[in-house]
Design a protein around this ligand. Structure first.
Ligand SMILES: N[C@@H](CCC(=O)N[C@@H](CS)C(=O)NCC(=O)O)C(=O)O
Length: 203
């Protein structure tokens, strides 16, 4: 049997998508979480000083999106051809771009700089991304790519709580089709069962 360990902070963040995909597929893995206090001891042993990492039969990989894509292949949550996979990758990269722009505001330590980023983020960037993603979800009938359930949908469902936490708002409040995307994932029986028992964390 394959021996899989997924190591990350005790939060959803960049890790929850992979956990959800493994749970969806019924793939056993060790959900290895460490505390913020333990991180300085762990960091030097990480491939690039960050997490998440995935260890499969003694081999280690980093990069959350690459790991989620690996899990998605195992879970058969990928496209049927190269074009569908391109569509999925493009959505995932777009969500990552959106996250990066939110993080640039949320993690800014200088309150003056942070304030200058607030207006553009909330009045321009967030509506820009959500309107476009909402249209795509509508065209794909409650999915983000290939008009079917793929890991692009899991990507949004896995990261949305973290994004909401960063901006302290319900980002999808006025996006019914994006809500549908998330609902289509979190109501799958195996995913719901995981959500019911997973450690409760804010982000
Ligand atoms: N591009 C990387 C970024 C990983 C990343 O930013 N990890 C953060 C946690 S979400 C981390 O390890 N932070 C602690 C540190 O950099 O010391 C990925 O997607 O895996």
């Amino acid at each position: 049997m394959t021996d899989i360990t997924f190591t990350y902070f005790n939060c959803k963040g960049l890790g929850e998508v992979t956990r959800m995909i493994f749970k969806y597929a019924g793939i056993d893995f060790i959900d290895d979480r460490f505390s913020d206090e333990d991180w300085p001891k762990i960091k030097p042993n990480m491939p690039f000083g960050q997490t998440p990492i995935l260890i499969v039969d003694g081999k280690t990989a980093n990069q959350s999106t690459a790991i989620a894509r690996y899990a998605a292949k195992k879970a058969k949550l990928i496209g049927s051809d190269d074009w569908e996979n391109l569509e999925i990758d493009a959505i995932v990269d777009t969500i990552n771009d959106f996250r990066t722009k939110i993080q640039l505001y949320a993690y800014e330590q200088d309150s003056v700089i942070k304030e200058t980023r607030k207006g553009p983020l909330f009045q321009e960037t967030i509506p820009f991304y959500l309107e476009k993603l909402e249209q795509i979800a509508e065209q794909n009938n409650g999915h983000l790519a290939a008009a079917k359930l793929t890991w692009a949908d899991f990507f949004l469902a896995g990261v949305i709580d973290y994004l909401d936490h960063l901006v302290e708002m319900n980002l999808l409040e006025n996006s019914p089709n994006l809500q549908k995307v998330v609902r289509n994932v979190i109501t799958i029986q195996a995913v719901k069962a995981w959500i019911d028992v997973r450690p409760q964390t804010e982000a």
